[in-house]
Design a protein around this ligand. Structure first.
Ligand code: ZN
Length: 212
């Protein structure tokens, strides 16, 4: 008697009504919304952790990202601490020794970046990313791609559009001489070879767009 009741209440697949199908659709949407909420909460907690890390022993500077523990020295050399964060993407520059680079400001604050792509984004639009002007930038230190030597990014020869991938996608490559640029291009390709002083900030912004 009981088994008969159960079999009566349990529909077979071809007995599922349009209303029940609709309910399944609603469940699917609810699941997607819950996943969305979970992702949003996860991203938020990451931001909180970042701010917390920065506040350990480092003075805050207004509402913007915090500067490095130890800045670029008078010889233009970087001193990246494992806890320093890229002010654009929040990754740790110490984890990218081939690509890490830095900007020292006129007031002696330094920001270290995961890669030249983040650094040049600031150089191209300092107001947007760090609430400062181009005149506030005193020094750019980048790593020579072949030797790892720390060189001046303002006078470096830059390569874009090669096959080298950095922490933030297609890499921008610092070198010194035209001959190095030719050698690099032969090995890795290039769509543009330039020096910063020959490029307007607007041109650089265009060059940094993801499609380039
Ligand atoms: Zn970055």
């Amino acid at each position: 008697m009981f088994e008969d009741d159960v079999s009566h209440l349990t529909p077979t697949s071809d007995q599922i009504s349009p209303i029940q199908t609709g309910c399944q659709g609603i469940k699917t949407w609810c699941s997607l919304i819950l996943v969305g909420i979970w992702l949003a909460v996860g991203a938020g907690s990451h931001d909180i952790a970042w701010a917390g890390d920065h506040q350990q022993g480092v003075a805050t500077h207004g509402a913007g990202p915090l500067p490095a523990n130890t800045g670029i020295d008078v010889h233009g050399q970087m001193h990246i601490h494992p806890s320093d964060r890229c002010p654009l993407c929040a990754m740790r520059p110490a984890r990218y020794p081939e690509f890490s680079c830095g900007i020292r400001l006129e007031d002696n604050r330094t920001y270290y970046f995961c890669s030249p792509r983040c650094l040049l984004s600031v150089w191209a639009d300092p107001q947007r990313y760090l609430k400062m002007t181009a005149e506030d930038i005193a020094r750019i230190t980048v790593r020579h791609y072949f030797t790892g030597e720390q060189i001046d990014g303002n006078t470096a020869l830059w390569i874009s559009g090669s096959d080298v991938i950095g922490p933030m996608g297609p890499a921008l490559i610092p070198l010194n001489t035209e001959a190095e640029g030719v050698a690099f291009k032969r090995r890795h390709g290039a769509t543009r070879i330039f020096r910063l002083k020959a490029l307007s900030r607007h041109e650089l912004q265009t060059l940094l767009r993801p499609s380039r």
